[in-house]
Ligand binder design. Structure first.
Ligand SMILES: CC(=O)N[C@H]1[C@@H](OP(=O)(O)OP(=O)(O)OC[C@H]2O[C@@H](n3ccc(=O)[nH]c3=O)[C@H](O)[C@@H]2O)O[C@H](CO)[C@@H](O)[C@@H]1O[C@H](C)C(=O)N[C@@H](C)C(=O)N[C@H](CCC(=O)O)C(=O)O
Ligand SMILES: Nc1ncnc2c1ncn2[C@@H]1O[C@H](COP(=O)(O)OP(=O)(O)OP(=O)(O)O)[C@@H](O)[C@H]1O
Ligand SMILES: N[C@H](CCC[C@H](N)C(=O)O)C(=O)O
Ligand SMILES: [Mg+2]
Length: 482
């Protein structure tokens, strides 16, 4: 595609030559011959400093912010918001997208809602995909992921590939980082959803209001006017989210106990399932959700709302809930001890998630709740004492261990958790911590291994080693049975 066509109405600048652009990148190390390199000012580095590197690797043009100092012989295009410009260029460059793409934001539940939405669509005979923290799943792929919202170029390439594979319906997670950094500005959204707001990423966003505002950009800027906004009604922040979505002219559909569109009338919780009465369009539907934890009912309702918003019949969407499988590592039963104590792996790595998961297992625990927790390095430090306090308050046995220390000193992270985790034991080695938790469980107890969920690596001192909570639980159960 010619540079002038790629940039039309999106960026202005140097027009002495009009090269054919062979690809786009935001990381100079990914530059190929004939690529446009977008030099973006980031949180750690300034892309302007990598222009020479991109040029040496064969870049044909540069995109930069208005004020950025760029030293190059290549054509330079300028945009006031270069992150948005590159996202829109990526959409133009890669072309096709699935016809119905929905995006989910919120502090907790995004991965679960995206996978549930995909499952509902698929059950109703639609070619469906989900994109997020656990990876990409479609009729023809199941790929492990890393970022919750991929970078704009990878994302638009993926959207085009999915469309090419015949996927018509895709559900994607919209992280606050992703929304703020314009990663999904090129996606044409059919609907959007909000689950809840809690404490996370306050190392990146200056305060909770800015964090909320970043999430609300999904409704205010990215969702086309008049498109459906599915909002979980029972969160502390729901009212604010409803106001924002209403103010920009979205078609607001609320779900939950306080929801108008799908109203949860009654809920009966059992150990591995829950039975709900849901009122929709004046009719009561009885739904047996085969998942533990009331928060999963919230996630299921948002997913059903999204499916209905994109054309699935209400009764079909609700009937499909009876077949949902939990996302990997979300209150995921990894095994059971010889004494019958269930051992769950769960991705709770933030306060509200931990609070929810520990509250979810309590009703079916006649003995003690045993929890293993840690916190990631190079991430919001304020979460650490908060999670220590929650674990100490809601569990009977707390083992504080390492999560992904990344570049930080692991013992220092544990110490910050321990300050508020009265009575907790500290076992740095996650493998040993899991073994200790499993060995301590008796009949009636429930064990929760929190923080890493589906992850298959542990990043220590910048190096990622293979590590899976699921594998470690199974090994611990085998050892305990000997
Ligand atoms: C803090 C953060 O979000 N960083 C993301 C951001 O990087 P950045 O723009 O701040 O990058 P930077 O390191 O300051 O560098 C500036 C620019 O120079 C470029 N560069 C850098 C080095 C080089 O040799 N050449 C080069 O061109 C970089 O590609 C970048 O464009 O944009 C990059 C491209 O989209 C992302 O890969 C990167 O994610 C990093 C790896 C990351 O760890 N992000 C996490 C915090 C994240 O995004 N998490 C969210 C939320 C998770 C959740 O709760 O679900 C997610 O969506 O996954
Ligand atoms: N609706 C919810 N309300 C509160 N907690 C939840 C909810 N859904 C899931 N959780 C908790 O949060 C954890 C992460 O869930 P999930 O992966 O679905 O959310 P997410 O928003 O994608 O999170 P992340 O940003 O970490 O990718 C779960 O393991 C569970 O502990
Ligand atoms: N998407 C989240 C994942 C955190 C997972 C947890 N295991 C940790 O390392 O903190 C983040 O990047 O903050
Ligand atoms: Mg996620």
């Amino acid at each position: 595609m010619k540079l002038s066509k790629l940039a039309e109405d999106l960026a202005t600048g140097q027009t002495t030559s009009d090269p054919d652009i062979a690809g786009l990148c935001v990381d100079s190390r990914e530059t190929g011959a004939g690529f446009l390199f977008a030099a973006l000012a980031g949180s750690r580095a300034d892309g302007a400093g990598f222009v020479a590197d991109a040029e040496a690797r064969g870049a044909a043009a540069i995109l930069a912010g208005e004020g950025a100092e760029i030293a190059t012989t290549l054509p330079v295009l300028r945009a006031a918001d270069p992150r948005r410009a590159i996202a829109l260029m990526a959409a133009r460059f890669h072309g096709a997208q699935p016809e119905h793409v929905v995006a989910i934001t919120g502090t907790a539940g995004k991965t679960s809602i995206a996978t549930f939405t995909r499952q509902i669509w698929a059950r109703c005979g639609l070619a469906a995909a989900s994109v997020g923290t656990t990876g990409v799943v479609s009729p023809s792929r199941d790929e492990y992921g890393s970022l919750t919202t991929p970078d704009p170029i990878a994302l638009m390439r993926l959207m085009a590939e999915l469309a090419g594979e015949g996927v018509t319906h895709a559900a994607m997670e919209a992280s606050s980082h992703g929304i703020d950094q314009r990663r999904l500005d090129g996606v044409r959204l059919a609907a959007a959803a909000f689950s809840n707001l809690g404490h996370d990423h306050l190392d990146y966003h200056p305060d909770i209001e800015s964090y909320f505002a970043a999430k609300m950009r999904l409704f205010t800027t990215l969702l086309p006017k008049g498109a459906p906004a599915v909002i979980f009604a029972d969160d502390r922040w729901s009212g604010r989210a409803i106001d924002v979505a209403t103010s920009v002219g979205a078609k607001v559909m609320t779900v939950g106990r306080g929801g108008n569109f799908l109203t949860l009338k009654r809920l009966e919780l059992e150990r591995q399932r829950q039975i709900a009465e849901i009122e929709a369009e004046g009719r009561i539907h009885r739904v047996v959700l085969p998942l533990a934890g009331e928060f999963q009912m919230a996630n299921a309702l948002v997913a059903a709302g999204l499916a209905i918003a994109t054309g699935v019949a209400t009764a079909d969407a609700l009937a499909a809930l009876e077949h949902l499988k939990g996302a990997a590592g979300r209150l995921d039963l990894a095994g059971t001890t010889a004494d019958g104590a269930p051992v769950f792996v769960d991705y709770a790595h933030k306060p509200e998630a931990l609070e929810n998961v520990l509250a979810a297992v309590r009703p079916f625990t006649t003995g003690r709740v045993v929890v293993v927790i840690g916190c990631g390095g190079d991430r919001d430090r304020a979460k650490r004492p908060m999670m220590g306090e929650i674990a100490a308050r809601l569990a009977d046995i707390v083992i504080v261990t390492d999560d992904n220390p990344r570049s930080e000193e692991p013992a220092a992270i544990r110490a910050e958790i321990m300050t508020a985790a009265n009575g907790a034991r500290e076992i740095g080695d996650r493998r040993a911590a899991i073994r200790e938790a499993v060995a301590s469980a008796r009949t009636g107890d429930t064990v929760v291994i929190a923080g890493k969920g589906h992850e298959v690596g542990q990043t220590v001192a910048g190096i990622t080693h293979h590590f899976s909570d699921h594998e470690e639980v199974r090994a611990a159960l085998t050892e305990a049975a000997r």
